[in-house]
Design a binder for this molecule. Sequence first.
Ligand code: HEM
Length: 322
Amino acid sequence: MNAYLKTFLVASIGVALVSVAIQVVTIQYSSEISKVLHAYPSLNMTSETLKSAFPIQKLLLSLNKYFPSIRNLPFLQPVPESSASTKSKKVKEKLFTSEQLKKFDGKDESKGPYLSILGRVYNVRKGKKHYGPGGGYEFFSGRDASRSFVSGDFSEAGLVDDVSGLSGSDYIGLDEWVKFYDSDYKYIGKLIGRYYDKNGEPTPFYYETQKWISEAYAKKEKDNVEKKIFPPCNSEWNPESGSRLWCTKRSGGIERDWVGVPRKLFIPGQSNSRCACVKNFGPPSHDPKRVTHNDRGDLDHPNLQEYANCAPHQPECFVKTD
Ligand code: HEM
């Protein structure tokens, strides 16, 4: 073996031994090194920045080719950019018991006030002229009084979180209050109780309430469609002539290009009727493209009835008793 080859072999063995020694040391202390790096958020960087910032990391990453296990060292793992940036932005949601929330009724200047609606807790400090001591709505603070947001019953008996058995418009009203607090105040967390369990998970009552709210919106949508076909009549009443019902191109909040004639409209499932202006020419509204029709519009709809003593083709009708 010539001298040149000997020197090369010794040098290679030397490099290999040094590399193995570095790998052993870094594996041994990797968790400690990692802890130090993660303890300082500014050092919690990607492997790309690590390479340029720390020569030892740079060296280790370059040895990756020969010792692939180096890549698996925790402190050489890239930190996903998204989680690193969202971590600081994400507000930690708090969970409150009703006892804890009570402390945020605004009486203690340093706390809140907070209020809860459908189990969602908001910091209403910027509206403390309303929610703080002496404010017109201070009774909402430190509790969940969801029902009274739509019942308007601000007595102790009325300031409750149970929203069962309300009307469709009340459920929509409640949902609008939640949207109002979402947009105008800071959301803090959840109240453990009727709407959320101790882990902050929605309760069966929460889902039931959401169902009532969506049913209310669906019904409103259906009513709006019906109101477009059968707009409510204009009406006035006086003791001598009774009720005057009449149709114009704008009645019941519906604007249209026809006037129509007044009819009693019976809504399935409801005992009473209401006055509707009914289109009295052209095809029926449910089939507007029909070519062959008797030019009576919706007059033949089965839920309609003529008013007694009223001219069936006049846009106005006087009803003595109804
Ligand atoms: C169900 C009935 C009612 C409820 C639940 C209710 C609730 C509220 C709430 C929570 C606020 C504070 C809103 C905020 O954070 O900015 C407020 C403000 C106010 N409410 Fe009511 N309210 C009701 C009925 C009424 C009625 C009938 C009137 C008037 C006759 C009224 C007049 C006012 C006024 C003037 C403000 C202050 C608006 C402002 O300064 O920005 N409220 N209401």
